[in-house]
Design a protein around this ligand. Structure first.
Ligand SMILES: Cc1cc2nc3c(=O)[nH]c(=O)nc-3n(C[C@H](O)[C@H](O)[C@H](O)COP(=O)(O)OP(=O)(O)OC[C@H]3O[C@@H](n4cnc5c(N)ncnc54)[C@H](O)[C@@H]3O)c2cc1C
Length: 423
């Protein structure tokens, strides 16, 4: 089949790879000049299937309300809010009941475990070498934090996550550079989880895909899909008019902007931008830097070793000005890095060496992504991966390719189709 993939974030690149590997003639359309230039650019890189859960959870609305006035709030509602943000929040609120949360958590975790397997398979089969590390540690600042996470740990064990509750001393043995001046209650160590540079992986996979015949058309925006003609209109940057291109199938992997592309086809996909931030800085002294990935449970900020750099990422913000970085959110990242690894990064006197980034998680209100046929003939989708797109990418891509081929995916796809959204 001739297949078009719209978007070359981590979801589009992995999807293109799987479709190409199945023998389809694949063309990827990307409006940016390279892969992973938007949300997949500088995320935290964590692949921890047990922690892939919906944000629509019991107790979350109260948490959001509590954080409204806090400077270092991990979750935030900012003004202005658009009408679609408000509609999204209402849907999110209605998905926070225990039964809906439990069903969606199961769907996401199933996909996440499968995805980690697929990631390992690809890395080994294609010999992909990118900045990655093994293990994940959740840092608990106080006894209160320890008590708050305790009930969730049994849930993780029940789904097969290997974890160990450890003391501060044991945590320091695993991460010797943890600040001796920051006392903490202990940690949860997950030795089978990992972290990796999502953008680097996307670039490598794009290279292999290209070598095997997948075409990438950069600086090319898709501005309409014409299902009756099995065609799309693609607009090359600088051209005065779009050109129509025919395909047997079109797979929309455009992250946040997928909703606008699909709306004229009668599909209302309730995607919202949940903004987050990261800083990435060169390591000053390796001995003072983290070895792997950690999460400060109180601030919900991840600190990840990315080769010669350290990345600190966090915050979840709905609404506000997408183009403006909120200084307090960035300051929280610096504070958390200083608290745990004060000597790790070169932060001062380095000019532009510290990269400060704001990204928009393409989030559906109830949690899981939607993968598969849209119901419009010839049009498919793989989108809405929210805060876990990197962790879910390789499995989502393989499942989409199976569905498109009329085969049964290896992972249970119950609740991951468009029907869940009732559009
Ligand atoms: C601060 C932060 C931390 C995160 N940490 C993690 C983490 O630790 N682990 C994890 O798994 N996930 C994490 N995520 C989430 C993850 O980054 C996203 O889920 C993922 O990047 C989404 O990938 P995507 O391909 O769907 O979207 P994108 O990367 O945004 O890709 C979509 C692409 O489509 C293109 N596009 C859109 N419309 C069109 C069009 N009409 N024509 C042509 N091209 C188009 C865009 O230019 C873009 O390149 C984090 C996100 C943030 C913001």
């Amino acid at each position: 089949m001739r297949v078009a993939v719209v978007g070359a974030g981590i979801i589009g690149v992995t999807t293109a790879w799987e479709l190409g590997a199945d023998g389809h003639e694949v063309t990827v359309f990307e409006r940016r000049s390279s892969v992973a230039e938007e949300t997949s650019f500088a995320n935290a890189g964590v692949v921890a299937p047990g922690y892939v859960t919906p944000w629509a959870a019991p107790g979350m609305p109260a948490k959001v309300a509590r954080y409204l006035l806090s400077d270092h709030a991990p979750v935030r509602v900012s003004l202005p809010l658009s009408r679609s943000d408000i509609a999204w929040m209402w849907k999110w609120y209605r998905s926070c009941d225990l039964a809906t949360y439990a069903a969606n958590r199961l769907r996401m975790q199933r996909l996440a475990f499968y995805s980690r397997e697929r990631l390992h398979h690809l890395v080994e089969a294609l010999q992909l070498e990118y900045d990655r590390s093994d293990g994940y540690m959740v840092l608990l600042r106080s006894e209160k934090d320890r008590k708050l996470v305790a009930p969730g740990l049994q849930v993780l064990r029940d789904v097969g996550v290997v974890l160990k509750e450890i003391s501060a001393d044991e945590a320091r043995a695993i991460e010797p550079a943890l600040n001796p001046g920051t006392p903490f209650a202990g940690a949860v160590h997950l030795p089978n989880d990992e972290a990796g540079n999502c953008r680097q992986f996307a670039l490598l996979l794009k290279g292999v895909a290209q070598a095997r015949g997948v075409r990438f058309e950069f600086n090319t925006a898709v501005d309409a899909i014409h299902p009756h003609e099995r065609a799309l209109s693609a607009w090359v940057l600088g051209d005065t008019a779009p050109t129509k291109r025919n395909f047997d199938a079109i797979v929309v992997c455009g992250g946040l902007d997928s909703a606008a592309l699909l709306r004229p086809l009668g599909l209302r996909i309730p995607l919202a931008a949940v903004h987050g931030y990261s800083i990435s800085a060169p390591i000053r002294e390796s001995l003072n830097a983290p070895r792997s990935a950690l999460m400060d449970e109180r601030y919900k900020v991840a600190i990840t070793r990315m080769g010669n750099r350290v990345r600190v990422a966090g915050s979840a913000e709905i609404g506000g000005d997408a183009a403006r970085k909120r200084p307090a959110a960035i300051q929280t990242l610096y504070k958390v890095l200083r608290d745990w690894f004060p000597g790790a990064a070169q932060l001062a006197n380095t000019g532009a060496a510290v990269q400060e980034w704001k990204g928009a998680r393409p989030m559906l209100p109830d949690g899981p992504p939607v993968i598969g046929a849209t119901g419009v003939p010839g049009v498919w989708m793989n989108l809405g991966h929210g805060s876990s797109g990197w962790a879910l990418s390789c499995g989502s891509a393989r499942a989409l390719a199976d569905l498109l081929a009329g085969a049964r995916p290896e992972v249970d796809m119950e609740g991951l189709g468009v029907e869940r959204l009732g559009t």
